[in-house]
Design a protein around this ligand. Sequence first.
Ligand SMILES: Nc1ncnc2c1ncn2[C@@H]1O[C@H](COP(=O)(O)OP(=O)(O)OP(=O)(O)O)[C@@H](O)[C@H]1O
Ligand SMILES: [Mg+2]
Length: 268
Amino acid sequence: MNVKTGRFYENHSHIENCWNYADEYIQDLLQIVQLYQQHSPHPNATLEAELKSIDLDFLKDDLPKLLSSMKVGADRIQKIVLSLRNFSRMDEAEMKEVNLHDGIDSTLMILQNRLKAKSDRVGIQVIKNYGDLPEIECYPGQLNQVVMNILTNAIDALEEHLKQHQEPDNFYTPTITIQTELLGNNQAQIAISDNGLGIPETIQRRLFDPFFTTKPIGKGTGMGLSISYQIITDKHHGKLVCHSHPNQGSQFTITIPRFQPETANAPS
Ligand SMILES: Nc1ncnc2c1ncn2[C@@H]1O[C@H](COP(=O)(O)OP(=O)(O)OP(=O)(O)O)[C@@H](O)[C@H]1O
Ligand SMILES: [Mg+2]
């Protein structure tokens, strides 16, 4: 086993390293082919036929492009896997002090496919106004679930707005704004706003009811906000509040204590 191969196996779990070695090996092979062509410009008939059939010039031109798009794909997969791990925090069922912004960023990464531009609609702009938050005591996986539910609802509302209004792109930019701040040193707040459809007052009263949904059968179960409400109020002693004006948009505000009352380990 040569040095390269040895290192390769040591690091085999890292896509990045695998990629770098594969790239290097392929460059080496292309270099060898180049040298063969220079030094044996007149191959025998069998080789000539094979070169023609694989279209070597095209292969040499296309392979680096293919490798670079594989690299982009692998980078994306790696980011999503990391985000999923961070999002679910399966290994951390307990209360923990965490950076809330990491959880929000992982959730946005998981949702990137829904946020990006599609053939029939523009991309959704995300504005992050992150404040200076200390680590916050919470159940990270559950809190991420709440952020996911609220962001998914916001995306649905923006898509519905686009469908119903059909405004020109320069007139309306579907936007989600995420603002975080520390209130009075002991409450963390995450406000998620959208400039989507908005919610009529009659519906606002029922938002947090289990199974309440305005979405077609198969699209929504109506459990997202009801579960989120329970997670914030029961599990985190916090508040989940909605402010909305039809046709202007909606804002959902999560407020939780910096330290949970049971453990009350706030430094004096
Ligand atoms: N940002 C928003 N803009 C407009 N309407 C909203 C928004 N968020 C929630 N709603 C309304 O509240 C209803 C209930 O939301 P909830 O998340 O509980 O259920 P759902 O999204 O319909 O289904 P689920 O989340 O279970 O897939 C939605 O059907 C929608 O009518
Ligand atoms: Mg929902």
